[in-house]
Design a protein around this ligand. Structure first.
Ligand SMILES: [Zn+2]
Ligand SMILES: [Zn+2]
Length: 841
């Protein structure tokens, strides 16, 4: 249902009846409600439309055609007492309707209360529908609109109000839901009366017309005849010494009748001593609204107003005295004309006056509006012999009863003409009694048949959902470059399909900005991770998974590693990493796996070992360098050994970093061009570390040993064990036996043959694994054969930030004796290498 091309029309009221108008339109997931009225013949909850049959929170908009109670009075209940508030629905009506609706509702609450007091038999809930506060809240939520204004409710839903005649502010709505057009007329009049312009014919042909059918196939008399009959009747009742009672609603037709009477009195001086009373405080209040909205009325009113002749300042109309019991005073007084509300005479002044005048044959009652079934105004039209008063007494009816309708609904002639002119595919008849509606349908069907037009006419009952299907085809318009040359049959047109508010456009991606107002953009994703391990450990894991990662600084100077060339891992804080990548399906995938990997580092047991191992390596290097520097300050033969010491520092560093197969005595000159062959080569330290990790996995803890030169002790060996040659080595212990692996020659020495063979086998495996692991996914420069591996920059590269900074600073460079400077510079340069290298990427 959400996006189907079926329009469903459900009447929650006014389906084969007049009263409680409430029409629900649902199409393509949108819901609009036209009118929310009460039924004048019922009280309390019973007067409401069948509101329980709709989820009001799903309603996008409520459109109110005019202020009449049978179209608007249930609004407060719906906005304040249902789940309408939970949704995003809006309420619309025209400015004059909003102004008059306020007064109507105040009066509605007041008269319902009065009704309750006077009729104790009526349901107690009648006056508890809503409170005055609810009414205020509801009024505040109404959006006032003007005729001919295009209002967009939400994407895909819009409407335009058109004048409907009928009463001040009344309009019909031309609704557009996802391209489907529905005209909902509400009550309308095609006859220009004394103050309103007649209903307009919208300029667009709608698909569906929802139209009132109050008068069915009844055609009324002409305006002139009607007015003449009315004024003559009033005059004759006065002449026979009677009172004229015109039950009317305070607003709407009353103003029209007053205009007619005021005009007639002006032309008949003999009537000037006969008062015309207008018994409605409400109408008095609303006169200001009528005077305000003169510009929306017809030419007659506007031109009179232009001549400073305000038509709503009546010369011959008096308001009734504002004293208690005025009805009795007027009833017992001389002949007069009284317009009194309500129009249906259920309670209030019109009812009271009627009961006073009912038994006297000189008096006359003229019903001027449409009387809804079940109301006293309708019952009296059968001219019964007796009438029951509100107090339950039976009185004779001798008053004359006439009906001259000024109700401003279309009659058959006007309605059928309008229906034909609108030319909708489907016509839905509402706001009419079943019989009249059935006759109208039959009459219209035969008219369309004569003209050979296929128009479907529907008369849904309340809650009987009418489903109208429309061709579900959707058209995409090709525009821009795609439309340059019309495609031939069989051509395949491809482009971007842009769907907006239920319309589709096909265009070339390059035209996107010009035609759709859209721009393409790259989405940069960022993910922050709090991590308690070091930067180098992250690298170690990333390289293990993805191979060589590019490393450097981003434009803000943040250390960054780039995984697979797309995902940047940035060290944005002490314990914080940020992943950053341009979103795409493949990059997202790499980012996901990077994230999973990093998130798992903390938990990996290898990380713990790795961290210890690296730490011991660093400690080894620092202690070494520090020790080498000490003799300069302490020993007497300072000069002669200082050179050797510094040289040894260099050698030491190179030992742990140099390539196993090529190194014998690493020439110092190589340090002079630290960047020379650094790129793309794997860190030698990384290799040694991996090798150590591998061995650790098999044999438990592995010790790192420096070459034992000039009697220096092995730095990380507590026992001070001497190595067998000058090669850096890893020492593996198993039970009582141990094996030494030379890191340059990659040979294994052990007194235990079994252990030796086992370590050799593991070393073999390790050498293969370590190199393939790092190179398998390498996205940078391939590591080549024998040159692979050791470059001196890796020492510092593998140091943590803190350690990197500490060591060179501690060196007492100012004390370096002459002749040493060159060499000490070389040492310092090692640090500089790492910095230079980092910033370069
Ligand atoms: Zn109406
Ligand atoms: Zn109505």
């Amino acid at each position: 249902m959400a996006d189907s091309a079926i329009l469903s029309v459900t009447m929650l009221g006014a389906g084969q009846e007049v009263g409680r108008s409430c029409c629900v339109l649902q199409y393509r997931g949108k819901t609009l409600v036209c009118d929310t009225g009460v039924h004048p013949a019922h009280n309390g909850m019973a007067s409401l439309p069948f509101i329980d049959d709709l989820d009001w929170s799903s309603v996008d908009a409520i459109l109110i055609t005019h202020f009449h109670l049978d179209h608007a009075a249930a609004l407060t209940y719906i906005t304040e007492k249902t789940n309408f508030k939970d949704g995003k629905g809006k309420v619309y009506m025209t400015h004059p309707t909003k102004a008059l609706h306020k007064f109507m509702m105040q009066d509605f609450v007041r008269t319902r209360r009065a009704n309750f007091v006077k009729c104790p038999h009526s349901s107690a809930s009648s006056d508890a529908l809503f409170s005055p506060l609810d009414m205020q809240m509801s009024l505040a939520s109404i959006i006032a609109v003007s005729a001919h204004q295009l209002i967009t409710v939400c994407p895909g839903v819009s409407f335009i109000p058109y004048h409907a005649g009928h009463v001040l502010g009344a309009c019909m709505f031309l609704i557009d839901i996802a391209g489907l057009k529905i005209l909902y007329t509400g009550d309308y009049s095609r006859e220009e009366d004394r103050h309103l312009i007649k209903a307009e014919l919208p300029p667009i042909r709608p698909d569906v017309l929802v139209v009132e059918s109050t008068y069915g196939v009844h055609t009324g008399e002409s305006r002139e005849e009607k007015e003449h009959r009315f004024t003559s009747l009033v005059h004759s009742i006065i002449r026979r010494g009677g009172h004229v009672l015109l039950p009317t609603f305070a607003l709407g037709r009353a103003q029209e009748l007053l205009l007619i009477l005021d005009d007639y009195w002006k032309k008949h001086p003999d009537l000037h001593n006969v008062p015309v009373y207008y018994a409605s405080g409400l109408a008095r209040k609303c006169m200001a609204v009528y005077q305000t909205y003169i510009h929306t009325m017809n030419a007659n009113i506007r031109s009179r107003f232009a001549r400073r002749d305000n038509p709503f300042v009546f010369k011959h109309i008096s308001n009734v005295p504002q004293t208690r019991g005025w009805e009795k005073k007027i009833a017992d007084g001389p002949p007069c004309v009284v317009l009194a509300s309500p129009g249906f005479m259920q309670v209030g002044p019109s009812r009271e006056l009627f009961e006073h005048w009912c038994p006297d044959a000189r008096n006359g009652l003229i019903i001027t509006g449409y009387s809804i079934e079940g109301t006293p105004a309708r019952d009296i039209m059968t001219e019964p012999e007796e009438f029951t008063t509100l107090k339950g007494a039976t009185i004779p009816r001798r008053i004359s009863v006439d009906e001259i309708s000024f109700s401003a609904h279309v009659d058959y002639a006007q309605n059928s003409e309008f229906i034909e002119q609108v030319r909708a595919q489907h016509v839905v008849l509402v706001h009419g009694e079943a019989t009249g509606m059935g006759r109208l349908r039959a009459a219209m069907q035969s008219r369309f048949k004569e003209k050979d037009e296929d128009v479907k006419i529907h008369t849904p009952r309340n809650l009987e959902t009418l489903n109208l299907s429309f061709r579900g085809e959707r058209v995409a318009k090709a525009i821009g470059t795609l439309a340059d040359s019309p495609p031939q049959t069989g051509d395949i047109v491809s482009g971007l399909l842009v769907a907006k508010d239920y319309s589709y456009t096909l265009l070339d991606p390059r035209d996107l900005r010009d035609f759709a107002g859209l721009t393409t953009c790259a989405v940069t994703q960022r993910q922050r991770i709090v991590l308690g391990v070091g930067w180098d450990l992250v690298r170690w894991h990333l390289e293990g998974m993805f191979g060589n990662v590019e490393e450097g600084m981003d434009k803000d100077g943040v250390p960054t590693m780039r995984v697979m060339g797309v995902v940047d891992v940035k060290l944005t804080g002490e314990h914080e990493l940020t992943l950053e990548w341009e979103s795409s399906s493949s990059s997202d995938m790499i980012a996901d796996s990077t994230l999973a990997l990093i998130a798992g580092i903390d938990k990996s047991p290898a990380s713990v070992k790795r961290a210890c191992f690296i730490f011991s390596l660093w400690r080894y290097q620092f202690v070494l360098i520090y020790t080498m520097v000490q003799p300069r300050q302490k020993t007497k033969n300072f000069k002669c050994c200082s050179d050797i010491s510094i040289y040894r520092v260099i050698i030491s560093i190179n030992l742990v970093t140099s390539q196993p197969h090529t190194h014998e005595h690493l020439p110092l000159q190589k340090h002079k061009h630290p960047h020379a062959d650094a790129e793309g080569e794997l860190s030698s330290m990384t290799r040694v570390q991996r090798l150590a990790m591998f061995l650790e996995a098999h044999f438990g803890e592995v010790e790192f040993h420096q070459p034992d030169e000039e009697g220096n002790r092995s730095m990380d060996s507590e026992e001070g064990e001497r190595s067998d040659d000058e090669e850096a080595s890893l020492l593996v212990r198993l039970d009582e036996a141990d094996a030494r692996i030379g890191l340059i020659s990659l040979t294994v020495m052990s007194s235990n043959e079994a252990l030796k063979r086992r370590v050799e086998a593991v070393l073999d495996m390790a050498v293969t694994t370590v190199s393939t692991l790092s190179e398998a996914f390498s996205s940078g420069v391939a590591v080549t054969g024998d040159d692979a591996g050791l470059t001196r920059e890796s020492i510092v590269e593998d140091k943590g930030e803190e350690e990197k900074a500490k060591e060179p600073i501690e060196m007492p460079t100012e004390e370096v004796p002459k002749g040493m400077e060159e060499d000490s510079n070389v040492t310092t340069e090692v640090v500089a290498v790492s910095e230079g290298q980092s910033s370069e990427q």
